[in-house]
Design a protein around this ligand. Structure first.
Ligand SMILES: C[S@@+](CC[C@H](N)C(=O)[O-])C[C@H]1O[C@@H](n2cnc3c(N)ncnc32)[C@H](O)[C@@H]1O
Length: 133
């Protein structure tokens, strides 16, 4: 199965709004295919940190070519953000991005139940809490 691609919405404007500090700690609550996360990483310095969440296991599996020790991908709903940060000893962050909705691959994959063209049971993925560094 192709993991698909997604064109991030308002990429520059959204990340510009975070005013990324080189050594800051940021959260991308809706990783998707990582478009916004890549842009945040491009603006972070060596000491920066990005925690990225997605409740869809397919999004976590499709982390693509991002191999960056400043990024931690966590399979979780953003409703669990408080616990995700607490478990990592993070009491404060410098910015949080939410790009709420569905990503293109979720619409393209008829088996997920999001497609308008194919009828299938809705599969929104369960928010197990696992992390991939
Ligand atoms: C519009 S896409 C994000 C695209 C992403 N910004 C990018 O550049 O590739 C929205 C994502 O939010 C995820 N999502 C939806 N509800 C969520 C929730 N409650 N917690 C975490 N992620 C969620 C979806 O699985 C989807 O991957």
């Amino acid at each position: 199965m192709s993991l698909g691609s997604h064109t991030p919405v308002l990429l520059q404007a959204a990340v510009e709004g975070l005013r990324v500090r080189a050594d800051g700690v940021y959260v991308d609550c809706t990783f998707g295919r990582g478009g916004h996360s890549r842009e945040i990483l491009a603006r972070l310095g060596k000491g920066g940190r990005l925690i990225a969440l997605d409740r869809d296991p397919a999004a976590i599996a499709a982390h693509g070519d991002i191999d960056d020790e400043r990024l931690e991908l966590v399979h979780s709903s953003f409703s669990g953000l408080h616990d995700v940060l607490r478990e990592r000893g993070i009491a404060q962050v410098d910015g949080i991005l939410l790009d709420i909705g569905v990503s293109s691959p979720q619409l393209d994959d008829g088996t997920r139940g999001f497609s308008f063209r194919v009828d299938a049971p809705l599969d929104i993925g369960w928010p197990a809490r696992t992390s991939r560094k």
